[in-house]
Design a protein around this ligand. Structure first.
Ligand SMILES: [Zn+2]
Length: 403
């Protein structure tokens, strides 16, 4: 509850790194608390990343694992002057947020609340998001660190802690130093329901289509002008209406999604994002798109277009399948904490998908966060405790499984 009162909203427009200096305010608090726990190497670098090491208590040669969470909050909803409220022993009634009575958290909107009867629930006050995404993950990792530093009889290998800025603006791994971190495997704590474990994300590309028309004075343009704006309109119209779009797909289906267009009569640009759970499927979608554009362009022999594909991120499962123990040990730890494992796939990306391809295989564990990026955001204290238990057990399972 203390961490969420520190405003750490990131800024998608900013070019600086971190995108907002205020994210370092939380980084400084975390470093001083880690030092108080006698984690001597805890520090924040110039980019706002916090690194720390919990020394091993076991003599075995155990792979170094890392627990990672992000410090920033989403730009979608205010994170200024967050007032966290603890609702003890939730009994199923609507939760009316005191500073804006129009903000009501109801079971009919959030069925997961049915599982939280008897729990203590933290919300914001109605004016802001809560920021449990991902300060819950931060707090859970801090609690795990505090527990392990005080209970040296719990056997584990070396454990790394990594807190990152700017996840919400897609730049959380931009300046991370994995060599300095020195971990073999990682876990992000940035998920929802207790027991959930995500080992799969979209694979993602961006495609930029630039149409070059032919320009001339509009008064004397007969049989000469080819208008790039009109061609762009036809390309958008050629996209399928009942499939392959975000608004018509769910589950394991991917999509082709125009996100931005701009232009003048002479030249127009359309930006697409392409998503699929497997990379060959991604390439198929790109060739569908190219085919539809070719069909449109056939009617305009004097115009031409460019089609530029940029890789954004890849499904982390491609990497995690090469190291099945990372997910297997997390499953064992969740079960040991007395909860059911829920394997999930993310229709999006995480820092973990980028980290996995940068050399740190990194699935995403539950942190308990609910209704994220909104004023209705809430979290159960008991779920948070289960997350702490789970990561302590993960550290122990890695020790036990090492001969
Ligand atoms: Zn998050």
């Amino acid at each position: 509850m203390r961490y969420v009162t520190v405003d750490t909203q990131s800024d998608p427009q900013a070019t600086a790194f971190p995108s907002t200096e205020k994210q370092k305010d939380l980084g400084r608090i975390l470093v001083s608390e880690l030092l108080e726990m006698n984690i001597d190497d805890a520090h924040m670098d110039e980019w706002g990343y916090v690194y720390a090491t919990i020394p091993a208590t076991s003599p075995k040669k155990i792979p170094v694992i890392c627990f990672c969470a992000h410090m920033d909050t989403a730009p979608d909803c205010s994170g200024y002057q967050v007032i966290p409220i603890l609702h003890k022993n939730y009994q199923g009634k609507d939760i009316v947020l005191p500073n804006d009575n129009a903000q009501v958290i109801k079971q009919s909107d959030y069925p997961y609340l049915k599982k939280l009867i008897g729990h203590d629930i933290i919300t914001a006050s109605g004016k802001t998001l809560l920021g449990s995404d991902d300060k819950a993950g931060v707090a859970e990792i801090m609690d795990m660190a505090n527990y392990l530093m005080k209970n040296k009889d719990v056997l584990h290998g070396e454990i790394k802690i990594l807190f990152t800025p700017d996840e919400e603006v897609g730049r959380g791994t931009e300046k991370v130093n994995l060599e300095k971190l020195g971990a073999d495997f990682g876990y992000t704590l940035d998920g929802g329901e207790a027991g959930s474990l995500e080992d799969e994300t979209f694979s993602a590309d961006g495609v930029q289509v630039t149409v070059h028309g032919v320009i001339s004075h509009p008064g004397y343009a007969k049989d000469k002008m080819v208008n790039a704006l009109k061609i762009a309109g036809e390309i958008l119209d050629a996209l399928p209406k009942d499939n392959l779009s975000p608004e018509t797909t769910a589950g394991k289906e991917g999509f082709i999604h125009p996100v931005r267009m701009e232009g003048i009569a002479e030249k127009s640009t359309i930006e697409f994002i392409i998503r699929d759970f497997d990379t060959p499927g991604l390439k198929d979608k790109e060739s569908f798109l190219k085919g539809w554009i070719d069909d449109v362009m056939e009617n305009y022999p004097k115009a031409r277009y460019e089609f530029i594909v940029k890789e954004q991120y890849r499904n982390m499962k491609e990497i995690l399948d090469q190291h099945p123990q990372v997910v297997d040990y997390a499953k064992l730890a969740i079960e040991r904490a007395g909860i059911e494992v829920k394997m999930e796939s993310i229709r999006g990306g995480t820092d973990g998908s980028r980290l996995s391809f940068m050399g740190l295989p990194c699935p995403n564990l539950f942190a308990g966060e609910q209704a994220i990026h909104s004023k209705h955001e809430f979290i159960s204290v008991q779920d948070m405790n289960k997350a702490v238990e789970t990561i302590v057990y993960i550290a122990q399972v890695w020790e036990e499984k090492t001969v």
